[in-house]
Design a protein around this ligand. Structure first.
Ligand code: GLN
Length: 462
Protein backbone atom coordinates (compact mmCIF):
# COMPACT_ATOMS: atom_id res chain seq x y z
CA UNK A 1 0.00 0.00 0.00
CA UNK A 2 1.53 3.35 -0.97
CA UNK A 3 0.90 6.56 0.99
CA UNK A 4 -1.95 7.70 -1.23
CA UNK A 5 -3.65 4.31 -0.89
CA UNK A 6 -3.14 4.49 2.85
CA UNK A 7 -4.84 7.88 2.98
CA UNK A 8 -7.79 6.36 1.10
CA UNK A 9 -7.88 3.41 3.50
CA UNK A 10 -8.11 5.86 6.41
CA UNK A 11 -10.96 7.75 4.74
CA UNK A 12 -12.76 4.46 3.98
CA UNK A 13 -12.30 3.30 7.57
CA UNK A 14 -10.21 0.28 6.57
CA UNK A 15 -7.49 1.78 8.74
CA UNK A 16 -7.74 4.38 11.49
CA UNK A 17 -5.51 7.41 11.88
CA UNK A 18 -4.92 6.24 15.44
CA UNK A 19 -3.67 2.84 14.30
CA UNK A 20 -1.42 4.43 11.68
CA UNK A 21 0.05 6.70 14.35
CA UNK A 22 0.43 3.90 16.90
CA UNK A 23 2.36 1.77 14.40
CA UNK A 24 4.83 4.60 13.94
CA UNK A 25 5.02 5.39 17.66
CA UNK A 26 5.97 1.79 18.28
CA UNK A 27 8.93 2.05 15.88
CA UNK A 28 9.93 5.42 17.33
CA UNK A 29 9.86 4.04 20.87
CA UNK A 30 11.91 1.04 19.85
CA UNK A 31 14.49 2.66 17.55
CA UNK A 32 14.73 6.40 18.08
CA UNK A 33 17.18 6.13 20.98
CA UNK A 34 19.68 4.46 18.63
CA UNK A 35 18.87 6.33 15.38
CA UNK A 36 18.24 9.79 16.87
CA UNK A 37 16.00 10.89 14.00
CA UNK A 38 13.56 12.76 16.25
CA UNK A 39 14.59 15.39 18.79
CA UNK A 40 11.06 15.67 20.15
CA UNK A 41 8.02 13.38 19.88
CA UNK A 42 4.57 14.84 20.53
CA UNK A 43 2.86 11.58 21.41
CA UNK A 44 -0.11 12.92 23.37
CA UNK A 45 -1.08 15.77 21.07
CA UNK A 46 -0.68 13.53 18.02
CA UNK A 47 -2.90 10.84 19.56
CA UNK A 48 -5.55 13.42 20.44
CA UNK A 49 -5.52 14.73 16.88
CA UNK A 50 -5.67 11.20 15.42
CA UNK A 51 -8.72 10.37 17.55
CA UNK A 52 -10.45 13.57 16.46
CA UNK A 53 -9.85 12.71 12.82
CA UNK A 54 -11.16 9.16 13.28
CA UNK A 55 -14.24 10.56 15.00
CA UNK A 56 -14.91 12.95 12.11
CA UNK A 57 -14.53 10.18 9.55
CA UNK A 58 -16.86 7.93 11.53
CA UNK A 59 -19.45 10.70 11.63
CA UNK A 60 -19.21 11.23 7.89
CA UNK A 61 -17.72 14.72 8.27
CA UNK A 62 -15.29 16.13 5.70
CA UNK A 63 -11.60 15.71 6.40
CA UNK A 64 -8.55 17.13 4.68
CA UNK A 65 -6.46 15.41 1.99
CA UNK A 66 -3.76 14.39 4.47
CA UNK A 67 -6.16 13.05 7.11
CA UNK A 68 -4.37 10.59 9.36
CA UNK A 69 -0.98 10.77 7.65
CA UNK A 70 1.97 11.20 10.01
CA UNK A 71 4.57 13.93 9.55
CA UNK A 72 8.02 14.71 10.91
CA UNK A 73 9.21 18.33 10.66
CA UNK A 74 12.84 19.46 10.49
CA UNK A 75 13.92 21.40 13.57
CA UNK A 76 14.36 24.67 11.63
CA UNK A 77 10.68 25.01 10.61
CA UNK A 78 8.44 26.66 13.18
CA UNK A 79 5.82 24.44 14.80
CA UNK A 80 3.85 26.10 17.56
CA UNK A 81 4.75 24.82 21.04
CA UNK A 82 7.60 22.59 19.85
CA UNK A 83 11.26 23.29 20.50
CA UNK A 84 12.62 24.69 17.24
CA UNK A 85 16.31 24.63 18.04
CA UNK A 86 17.79 24.18 14.55
CA UNK A 87 19.81 21.56 16.47
CA UNK A 88 21.84 24.33 18.08
CA UNK A 89 22.50 25.11 21.71
CA UNK A 90 21.77 28.73 20.71
CA UNK A 91 18.06 27.93 20.51
CA UNK A 92 17.85 24.91 22.80
CA UNK A 93 14.99 26.51 24.73
CA UNK A 94 13.28 28.32 21.86
CA UNK A 95 9.68 27.28 21.65
CA UNK A 96 7.96 27.91 18.32
CA UNK A 97 5.38 30.61 18.93
CA UNK A 98 3.57 30.10 15.62
CA UNK A 99 3.23 27.62 12.76
CA UNK A 100 5.29 28.18 9.62
CA UNK A 101 3.03 28.52 6.56
CA UNK A 102 3.84 24.95 5.43
CA UNK A 103 2.95 23.59 8.88
CA UNK A 104 -0.28 25.54 8.82
CA UNK A 105 -1.18 24.02 5.44
CA UNK A 106 -0.41 20.49 6.70
CA UNK A 107 -2.55 20.98 9.80
CA UNK A 108 -5.40 22.50 7.77
CA UNK A 109 -5.38 19.31 5.71
CA UNK A 110 -5.46 17.11 8.82
CA UNK A 111 -1.86 15.88 8.62
CA UNK A 112 -0.60 14.86 12.06
CA UNK A 113 2.77 16.12 13.25
CA UNK A 114 4.39 13.45 15.39
CA UNK A 115 7.67 15.19 16.08
CA UNK A 116 10.64 17.37 15.27
CA UNK A 117 13.57 15.93 13.30
CA UNK A 118 17.28 16.20 13.95
CA UNK A 119 19.58 18.09 11.55
CA UNK A 120 23.00 19.67 11.21
CA UNK A 121 23.30 22.77 13.36
CA UNK A 122 21.47 25.58 11.52
CA UNK A 123 21.36 23.29 8.44
CA UNK A 124 25.05 23.98 7.81
CA UNK A 125 26.37 20.54 6.93
CA UNK A 126 26.03 17.33 4.96
CA UNK A 127 26.19 14.64 7.63
CA UNK A 128 23.90 15.51 10.59
CA UNK A 129 26.94 15.04 12.83
CA UNK A 130 27.05 18.70 13.85
CA UNK A 131 23.74 18.59 15.76
CA UNK A 132 24.13 19.79 19.34
CA UNK A 133 21.91 16.84 20.23
CA UNK A 134 24.15 14.17 18.74
CA UNK A 135 24.49 12.59 15.31
CA UNK A 136 21.66 10.81 13.51
CA UNK A 137 22.42 7.27 12.34
CA UNK A 138 21.63 5.95 8.87
CA UNK A 139 18.97 3.21 9.19
CA UNK A 140 19.72 1.99 5.65
CA UNK A 141 23.51 1.81 6.08
CA UNK A 142 24.28 1.17 9.74
CA UNK A 143 27.44 2.86 11.02
CA UNK A 144 27.32 5.49 8.29
CA UNK A 145 26.12 9.08 8.29
CA UNK A 146 22.57 9.61 6.98
CA UNK A 147 23.72 12.66 5.02
CA UNK A 148 22.45 16.12 5.82
CA UNK A 149 21.50 18.53 6.78
CA UNK A 150 17.97 17.03 6.90
CA UNK A 151 19.42 13.74 8.15
CA UNK A 152 16.78 13.32 10.86
CA UNK A 153 13.96 13.72 8.32
CA UNK A 154 15.51 11.18 5.92
CA UNK A 155 16.33 8.71 8.70
CA UNK A 156 12.78 8.99 10.09
CA UNK A 157 11.44 7.96 6.66
CA UNK A 158 14.00 5.22 6.11
CA UNK A 159 13.37 3.79 9.59
CA UNK A 160 9.59 3.76 9.11
CA UNK A 161 8.83 6.38 11.78
CA UNK A 162 6.42 8.57 9.76
CA UNK A 163 4.75 8.82 6.35
CA UNK A 164 6.21 12.13 5.17
CA UNK A 165 8.91 14.42 6.55
CA UNK A 166 9.71 18.01 5.69
CA UNK A 167 13.27 19.13 5.21
CA UNK A 168 14.98 22.25 3.92
CA UNK A 169 17.39 22.37 1.02
CA UNK A 170 19.89 25.20 0.57
CA UNK A 171 22.60 23.29 -1.25
CA UNK A 172 21.25 19.75 -1.21
CA UNK A 173 20.02 19.16 2.32
CA UNK A 174 16.89 17.28 1.24
CA UNK A 175 18.38 15.39 -1.69
CA UNK A 176 21.68 14.44 -0.07
CA UNK A 177 20.21 12.58 2.93
CA UNK A 178 17.47 11.12 0.71
CA UNK A 179 20.25 9.66 -1.44
CA UNK A 180 22.25 8.22 1.49
CA UNK A 181 19.15 6.80 3.21
CA UNK A 182 17.55 5.35 0.07
CA UNK A 183 14.36 7.43 0.15
CA UNK A 184 12.81 10.08 -2.11
CA UNK A 185 13.49 13.76 -1.49
CA UNK A 186 12.32 16.73 -3.51
CA UNK A 187 13.44 20.36 -3.65
CA UNK A 188 10.82 22.42 -5.48
CA UNK A 189 11.49 25.42 -7.73
CA UNK A 190 12.78 28.33 -5.61
CA UNK A 191 9.75 30.23 -4.36
CA UNK A 192 7.19 27.48 -5.05
CA UNK A 193 7.00 26.67 -1.33
CA UNK A 194 6.75 29.46 1.21
CA UNK A 195 9.81 29.97 3.41
CA UNK A 196 7.76 31.84 5.98
CA UNK A 197 8.62 30.34 9.37
CA UNK A 198 11.85 28.71 8.22
CA UNK A 199 14.98 29.69 10.16
CA UNK A 200 17.10 30.63 7.20
CA UNK A 201 20.54 29.39 6.36
CA UNK A 202 20.95 31.33 3.12
CA UNK A 203 17.74 32.95 2.09
CA UNK A 204 18.33 33.26 -1.64
CA UNK A 205 18.94 29.49 -1.82
CA UNK A 206 16.67 27.96 0.87
CA UNK A 207 13.66 25.90 -0.10
CA UNK A 208 11.42 23.62 1.96
CA UNK A 209 10.42 20.25 0.51
CA UNK A 210 9.21 16.72 1.35
CA UNK A 211 10.83 13.32 1.87
CA UNK A 212 8.92 10.03 1.70
CA UNK A 213 9.30 6.36 0.84
CA UNK A 214 7.16 6.61 -2.30
CA UNK A 215 6.31 9.18 -4.92
CA UNK A 216 2.63 9.35 -3.94
CA UNK A 217 3.71 10.74 -0.54
CA UNK A 218 5.89 13.36 -2.21
CA UNK A 219 3.02 14.33 -4.54
CA UNK A 220 0.49 14.66 -1.70
CA UNK A 221 2.90 16.82 0.28
CA UNK A 222 3.60 19.06 -2.72
CA UNK A 223 -0.11 19.50 -3.43
CA UNK A 224 -0.42 20.81 0.12
CA UNK A 225 2.67 22.96 0.56
CA UNK A 226 3.06 24.52 -2.88
CA UNK A 227 0.85 27.54 -2.53
CA UNK A 228 1.20 31.29 -3.04
CA UNK A 229 1.86 32.95 0.32
CA UNK A 230 1.42 36.70 0.32
CA UNK A 231 3.24 36.95 3.67
CA UNK A 232 6.49 35.81 2.05
CA UNK A 233 8.35 38.01 -0.42
CA UNK A 234 9.87 35.23 -2.55
CA UNK A 235 6.67 33.18 -2.84
CA UNK A 236 5.68 32.53 -6.47
CA UNK A 237 2.16 33.34 -7.54
CA UNK A 238 1.87 30.63 -10.10
CA UNK A 239 -0.26 27.60 -11.00
CA UNK A 240 1.20 24.13 -10.58
CA UNK A 241 -0.50 20.93 -11.77
CA UNK A 242 -2.06 18.52 -9.27
CA UNK A 243 0.87 16.23 -8.51
CA UNK A 244 -1.27 13.46 -6.98
CA UNK A 245 -3.20 13.15 -10.25
CA UNK A 246 0.04 12.78 -12.16
CA UNK A 247 1.46 10.00 -9.99
CA UNK A 248 -1.87 8.17 -9.79
CA UNK A 249 -1.98 7.57 -13.53
CA UNK A 250 -1.70 3.97 -14.67
CA UNK A 251 1.89 2.66 -14.86
CA UNK A 252 1.44 2.02 -18.59
CA UNK A 253 0.49 5.67 -19.14
CA UNK A 254 3.40 6.97 -17.03
CA UNK A 255 5.82 4.73 -18.88
CA UNK A 256 4.33 5.61 -22.26
CA UNK A 257 4.79 9.32 -21.51
CA UNK A 258 8.53 8.79 -21.02
CA UNK A 259 8.72 8.23 -24.77
CA UNK A 260 8.11 11.94 -25.24
CA UNK A 261 10.91 12.98 -22.91
CA UNK A 262 14.36 14.13 -23.83
CA UNK A 263 16.81 13.49 -21.03
CA UNK A 264 20.41 14.62 -20.67
CA UNK A 265 23.29 13.40 -18.60
CA UNK A 266 26.27 15.63 -18.08
CA UNK A 267 29.77 14.25 -18.69
CA UNK A 268 31.32 16.47 -16.01
CA UNK A 269 28.97 15.07 -13.37
CA UNK A 270 30.44 11.64 -14.05
CA UNK A 271 34.00 12.96 -13.90
CA UNK A 272 33.60 14.11 -10.29
CA UNK A 273 31.75 10.97 -9.12
CA UNK A 274 32.93 7.72 -7.54
CA UNK A 275 33.03 4.94 -10.16
CA UNK A 276 30.78 2.60 -8.16
CA UNK A 277 28.12 5.29 -8.02
CA UNK A 278 28.50 5.94 -11.76
CA UNK A 279 27.87 2.26 -12.51
CA UNK A 280 24.57 2.35 -10.64
CA UNK A 281 23.55 5.61 -12.31
CA UNK A 282 24.33 4.09 -15.72
CA UNK A 283 21.82 1.33 -14.94
CA UNK A 284 19.17 3.97 -14.22
CA UNK A 285 19.98 5.73 -17.47
CA UNK A 286 19.55 2.40 -19.27
CA UNK A 287 16.10 2.05 -17.71
CA UNK A 288 15.21 5.53 -18.92
CA UNK A 289 16.37 4.57 -22.41
CA UNK A 290 14.38 1.33 -22.29
CA UNK A 291 11.29 3.36 -21.48
CA UNK A 292 11.83 5.08 -24.79
CA UNK A 293 13.13 8.47 -23.71
CA UNK A 294 15.74 10.08 -25.90
CA UNK A 295 18.98 10.31 -23.90
CA UNK A 296 21.72 12.76 -24.86
CA UNK A 297 25.09 13.69 -23.41
CA UNK A 298 25.77 17.38 -22.66
CA UNK A 299 28.60 19.43 -21.19
CA UNK A 300 28.55 21.77 -18.23
CA UNK A 301 31.92 23.47 -18.04
CA UNK A 302 31.23 25.56 -14.94
CA UNK A 303 31.28 22.66 -12.49
CA UNK A 304 34.42 23.91 -10.70
CA UNK A 305 32.78 27.27 -10.07
CA UNK A 306 29.78 25.83 -8.24
CA UNK A 307 31.12 25.05 -4.76
CA UNK A 308 33.11 28.30 -4.29
CA UNK A 309 30.14 30.34 -5.53
CA UNK A 310 27.68 28.49 -3.33
CA UNK A 311 29.75 28.65 -0.14
CA UNK A 312 30.63 32.30 -0.55
CA UNK A 313 26.97 33.28 -0.90
CA UNK A 314 26.04 30.91 1.93
CA UNK A 315 28.61 32.41 4.35
CA UNK A 316 27.54 35.99 3.68
CA UNK A 317 23.80 35.38 3.86
CA UNK A 318 24.16 33.10 6.88
CA UNK A 319 26.27 35.68 8.72
CA UNK A 320 23.59 38.27 8.13
CA UNK A 321 20.75 35.97 9.21
CA UNK A 322 22.51 35.07 12.47
CA UNK A 323 22.78 38.68 13.69
CA UNK A 324 19.43 38.27 15.43
CA UNK A 325 20.86 35.55 17.66
CA UNK A 326 22.61 38.08 19.87
CA UNK A 327 21.43 36.53 23.13
CA UNK A 328 18.86 39.25 23.82
CA UNK A 329 15.75 37.84 22.27
CA UNK A 330 16.28 34.17 21.51
CA UNK A 331 18.42 32.28 23.98
CA UNK A 332 22.20 32.43 23.78
CA UNK A 333 24.50 34.57 21.71
CA UNK A 334 25.30 32.30 18.79
CA UNK A 335 29.10 32.78 18.76
CA UNK A 336 29.27 31.86 22.44
CA UNK A 337 27.74 28.42 22.09
CA UNK A 338 27.72 27.25 18.45
CA UNK A 339 29.79 24.47 16.92
CA UNK A 340 32.85 24.69 14.74
CA UNK A 341 31.20 24.81 11.30
CA UNK A 342 28.64 27.46 12.23
CA UNK A 343 31.39 29.59 13.76
CA UNK A 344 33.53 29.21 10.64
CA UNK A 345 30.67 30.50 8.47
CA UNK A 346 29.95 33.42 10.77
CA UNK A 347 33.60 34.48 10.92
CA UNK A 348 34.25 34.18 7.20
CA UNK A 349 30.85 35.70 6.39
CA UNK A 350 31.65 38.63 8.63
CA UNK A 351 35.07 39.11 7.04
CA UNK A 352 33.67 39.02 3.52
CA UNK A 353 30.90 41.45 4.43
CA UNK A 354 33.46 43.92 5.79
CA UNK A 355 35.60 43.64 2.66
CA UNK A 356 32.62 43.98 0.41
CA UNK A 357 32.73 47.77 -0.01
CA UNK A 358 35.26 47.07 -2.75
CA UNK A 359 32.93 44.55 -4.41
CA UNK A 360 35.63 41.99 -4.00
CA UNK A 361 33.96 38.69 -3.21
CA UNK A 362 30.19 38.72 -2.91
CA UNK A 363 29.65 40.68 -6.08
CA UNK A 364 31.89 38.24 -7.95
CA UNK A 365 29.98 35.31 -6.48
CA UNK A 366 26.72 36.82 -7.71
CA UNK A 367 28.21 37.20 -11.17
CA UNK A 368 29.37 33.58 -11.09
CA UNK A 369 25.90 32.57 -9.95
CA UNK A 370 24.31 34.30 -12.96
CA UNK A 371 26.74 32.53 -15.25
CA UNK A 372 25.92 29.13 -13.71
CA UNK A 373 22.19 29.82 -13.88
CA UNK A 374 22.39 30.89 -17.53
CA UNK A 375 24.43 27.86 -18.55
CA UNK A 376 22.09 25.46 -16.77
CA UNK A 377 19.03 27.10 -18.29
CA UNK A 378 20.65 26.87 -21.72
CA UNK A 379 21.19 23.13 -21.22
CA UNK A 380 17.62 22.71 -20.02
CA UNK A 381 16.30 24.63 -23.00
CA UNK A 382 16.85 21.65 -25.24
CA UNK A 383 15.83 18.85 -22.85
CA UNK A 384 13.11 18.01 -20.33
CA UNK A 385 15.37 16.63 -17.63
CA UNK A 386 18.96 16.40 -16.54
CA UNK A 387 19.70 13.14 -14.70
CA UNK A 388 22.80 11.98 -12.84
CA UNK A 389 24.09 11.09 -9.41
CA UNK A 390 22.78 13.05 -6.42
CA UNK A 391 25.95 12.78 -4.35
CA UNK A 392 29.38 12.06 -5.84
CA UNK A 393 30.68 9.89 -3.00
CA UNK A 394 29.47 7.27 -0.55
CA UNK A 395 28.64 8.33 3.02
CA UNK A 396 31.50 8.12 5.53
CA UNK A 397 31.34 6.32 8.85
CA UNK A 398 29.97 8.31 11.77
CA UNK A 399 32.77 9.94 13.71
CA UNK A 400 35.31 9.83 10.87
CA UNK A 401 36.96 13.25 10.86
CA UNK A 402 36.62 15.10 7.52
CA UNK A 403 38.30 18.35 6.54
CA UNK A 404 35.80 21.13 5.66
CA UNK A 405 36.64 20.83 1.97
CA UNK A 406 35.99 17.07 2.06
CA UNK A 407 32.62 17.70 3.66
CA UNK A 408 31.78 20.39 1.10
CA UNK A 409 32.72 17.98 -1.71
CA UNK A 410 29.51 16.03 -0.99
CA UNK A 411 27.54 19.00 -2.33
CA UNK A 412 29.03 19.61 -5.75
CA UNK A 413 26.13 18.04 -7.67
CA UNK A 414 23.32 19.41 -5.53
CA UNK A 415 24.25 23.10 -5.12
CA UNK A 416 23.67 23.69 -8.83
CA UNK A 417 19.87 23.46 -8.49
CA UNK A 418 19.88 25.97 -5.61
CA UNK A 419 22.15 28.40 -7.44
CA UNK A 420 19.90 28.17 -10.50
CA UNK A 421 16.61 28.06 -8.56
CA UNK A 422 15.48 24.95 -10.45
CA UNK A 423 13.53 21.97 -9.07
CA UNK A 424 15.43 18.76 -8.29
CA UNK A 425 14.63 15.41 -6.74
CA UNK A 426 16.50 12.32 -5.63
CA UNK A 427 15.28 8.73 -5.65
CA UNK A 428 17.01 5.46 -4.90
CA UNK A 429 18.86 4.07 -7.92
CA UNK A 430 20.45 1.05 -6.28
CA UNK A 431 22.98 0.02 -3.66
CA UNK A 432 26.71 -0.39 -3.49
CA UNK A 433 27.84 -2.78 -0.74
CA UNK A 434 24.48 -2.32 0.95
CA UNK A 435 24.73 1.50 0.86
CA UNK A 436 21.94 3.30 -1.05
CA UNK A 437 22.82 5.46 -4.06
CA UNK A 438 20.50 8.20 -5.31
CA UNK A 439 19.58 9.30 -8.83
CA UNK A 440 19.06 13.05 -9.19
CA UNK A 441 16.58 14.53 -11.68
CA UNK A 442 16.51 18.25 -12.45
CA UNK A 443 14.26 20.37 -14.67
CA UNK A 444 13.56 23.97 -15.70
CA UNK A 445 12.06 26.37 -13.16
CA UNK A 446 8.36 25.49 -12.63
CA UNK A 447 8.75 22.14 -14.41
CA UNK A 448 8.58 20.30 -11.08
CA UNK A 449 5.87 18.05 -12.51
CA UNK A 450 8.22 16.61 -15.15
CA UNK A 451 10.52 15.32 -12.42
CA UNK A 452 7.61 13.90 -10.44
CA UNK A 453 6.25 12.17 -13.52
CA UNK A 454 9.60 10.61 -14.43
CA UNK A 455 10.12 9.46 -10.85
CA UNK A 456 6.66 7.88 -10.85
CA UNK A 457 7.45 6.11 -14.14
CA UNK A 458 10.73 4.78 -12.74
CA UNK A 459 9.09 3.76 -9.47
CA UNK A 460 6.43 1.84 -11.42
CA UNK A 461 9.16 -0.44 -12.82
CA UNK A 462 9.94 -1.80 -9.33
N1 GLN B 1 25.80 20.93 2.80
C1 GLN B 1 25.43 22.23 2.34
C2 GLN B 1 25.91 23.27 3.33
O1 GLN B 1 26.54 22.90 4.26
C3 GLN B 1 23.95 22.32 2.14
C4 GLN B 1 23.18 22.57 3.36
C5 GLN B 1 21.70 22.70 3.12
O2 GLN B 1 21.21 22.47 2.02
N2 GLN B 1 21.02 23.17 4.14
O3 GLN B 1 25.68 24.41 3.18
Amino acid sequence: MNIFEKSQAIKNQDLTATKNLENYLEVIEKDNSSINAFLEVNKESALTQAKEIDEKIKNGEDVGSLAGLIFGIKANINVEDSIISAASKTLENYQGSYDASVVKYIKENDGIIVGICNMDEFAAGSSTESSFFGATHNPAAPGHIPGGSSGGSAAAIAAGMCDIALGSDTGGSIRNPASHCGVIGFKPTYGAVSRQGLLDLSMSLDQIGPLANDISGIAMALDTIIRYDETECTSLNQEFPVFTEIVNQKPEKLQEDMKNMKVAYISQFKDVTDEHINEIIDESIDKIKQLGAEVVELNFNQIDLCLPTYYLINYVEFFSSTRKYDGRKYGYKIEDVCGEEVLRRIEIGSYISQQEFSGKYYKKALQARSLIRNEINKLLDGVDLIVGPTVPKLPHKIGEKLEPMEMYAYDVLTVIANLAGIPAGSMKAGEYNGIPVGLQLQAKPNDDAKIIKAMAALESLN
